[in-house]
Write a protein that binds this ligand. Structure first.
Ligand SMILES: [Fe+2]
Length: 345
C-alpha cells in the first residue's frame, strides 16, 4: 500500500494520499489548496491516477483543494451528506464506503466539531478529521459545533474501535503525526472526564480565538462546485423540466454515471444505460462503447449523476470527443427526485 502523510505548515493540516499499488487509483483526504501542485507532482511521480478527493468536514482554517483537484484531474469529490458545500460528487452517510481500487474507507458519522464531520476507517487505521486529535479534540464553538454530540462521537464510536487502531488526525500543532485509540483513551487530557456534562463544560470554557482564515475559508469551502453558473449557461446543460420532457424519447439515451451502491440507494431513471464515471474517458472517446453507441444509433447522450458534477464533466468530455449533442442534467438525481421524476431500480 502507498500511504503518504503530507503537511501544510501554514494551517497545521495533514493530508493523506492513499493507493493500493503503484500505477493504480489513488484517493486524497483533506487536501489544502496551496499544496495542490505538490500533491499532483507526487501523484505523477508515483504513477498514480487520482480518482477521489475527500474532505472530512467543511474546514474553517484553510481553503480546500477539492475544487482545484477536481478541475485538474477530473476526480470525484466526496463529503458527508450534511455538508453545506454547494456541489460535491458523492455525499456519504454513516456506514457507506468510499472505494478506490483495492481500498475501502468506511464512513463513520462523528459530528461535534462541525455537524458535517465524518471519520473514515480503513483496516488498521482511522482518519478522525478534527473530531479526535492527538492529545486534543476539535473545538466545538462554531459551524454548528456541539460538545454533547462530540462526546457521543468520541466515546461511543471512536473509542469503541480496537485500542491498537492507528489514529490519523486532520491537524496537529505540536508535531505529532500518529497515535492510537488506546493511547488517546489513556493520555488525551480532554478524555479524562467522568461525564458528558463535564466534557461539555470543558469545551464551553476553552475561550479560543476564531481561526485566522475562518472568514475567508468557510465561504470559499462552501463553493467548491464546478463553476456551476458557468456550466448552467451552456446549451448542453438541461434543467429538470427539460430533462423530464425527454423521458421516453427514442432519440435520447439517459446515461447514469454513478456507482452501483449509489444506484441501489437512490434509484435510477428508468431505462438508463449505466457507465460509471471512473471509466468514462475510455467510453466516450472514439472506439469506446458510448461513443460508438451514440454514433450508430444517432441518439443524444443525456448524462446524469448524484448532484450534477460528474455529469457536467462527462458532457464536456463527450463534447470534446466529438459527440456534439451530449448533454447533462443539472442537479442530478437529487434534483430529479425533488421534482418527482420517475425512478426505478
Ligand atoms: Fe476543522
Amino acid at each position: 500500500m502507498i500511504f503518504r502523510q503530507l503537511f501544510d505548515a501554514t494551517s497545521g493540516t495533514y493530508t493523506y494520499l492513499i493507493a493500493s499499488r503503484r500505477g493504480g487509483e489513488a484517493l486524497i483526504i483533506d487536501p489544502v489548496l496551496e499544496k495542490v501542485d505538490r500533491y499532483l507532482q507526487l501523484v505523477r511521480e508515483l504513477d498514480l491516477r487520482l480518482v477521489k478527493a475527500l474532505d472530512t468536514h467543511l474546514h474553517a482554517d484553510h481553503i480546500t483543494g477539492l475544487g482545484a483537484l477536481r478541475d485538474r484531474t477530473h476526480c470525484v469529490t466526496v463529503m458527508g451528506e450534511q455538508t453545506k458545500a454547494d456541489v460535491v460528487s458523492i455525499r456519504v452517510a454513516e456506514g457507506d464506503t468510499v472505494d478506490v481500487e483495492g481500498i475501502a474507507l468506511e464512513a463513520l458519522y462523528t459530528p461535534g466539531h462541525t455537524d458535517d464531520s465524518y471519520s473514515y476507517l480503513m483496516q488498521d487505521r482511522v482518519f478522525t478529521g478534527d473530531t479526535l486529535l492527538i492529545r486534543g479534540t476539535g473545538r466545538t464553538d462554531f459551524q454548528n459545533g456541539d460538545p454533547r454530540a462530540q462526546y457521543d462521537s468520541i466515546f461511543n464510536k471512536l473509542l469503541k474501535l480496537p485500542s491498537e487502531t492507528l489514529l490519523y488526525p486532520a491537524h496537529d500543532y505540536k508535531g505529532d503525526t500518529v497515535s492510537t485509540i488506546g493511547e488517546e483513551k489513556a493520555c488525551n487530557p480532554r478524555l479524562q472526564v467522568k461525564s458528558v456534562d463535564e466534557y461539555v463544560d470543558l469545551m464551553n470554557n476553552l475561550k479560543l480565538a476564531n481561526p485566522k482564515m475562518m472568514d475567508v475559508a468557510v465561504p470559499a469551502n462552501m463553493q467548491v462546485g464546478l463553476a456551476q453558473e458557468d456550466v448552467a449557461h451552456r446549451e448542453w446543460t438541461l434543467d429538470i423540466a427539460e430533462a423530464l420532457a425527454l423521458i421516453g424519447n427514442p432519440d435520447v439515451a439517459f446515461v447514469d454515471l454513478r456507482e452501483d451502491k449509489e444506484r441501489c440507494k437512490h434509484g435510477v431513471i428508468p431505462n438508463s444505460l449505466h457507465a460509471p464515471y471512473a471509466d468514462l474517458m475510455q467510453h466516450v472517446h472514439a472506439g469506446g462503447m458510448l461513443h460508438e453507441f451514440a454514433r450508430l444509433t444517432s441518439r443524444r447522450l443525456l448524462f446524469y449523476c448524484a448532484f450534477g458534477e460528474r455529469s457536467a464533466m462527462a458532457a464536456r468530455a463527450a463534447q470534446g470527443a466529438g459527440l456534439g449533442s451530449a448533454c447533462h442534467i443539472k442537479g442530478g438525481i437529487n434534483a430529479w427526485k425533488k421534482a418527482g421524476g420517475p425512478l426505478g431500480t
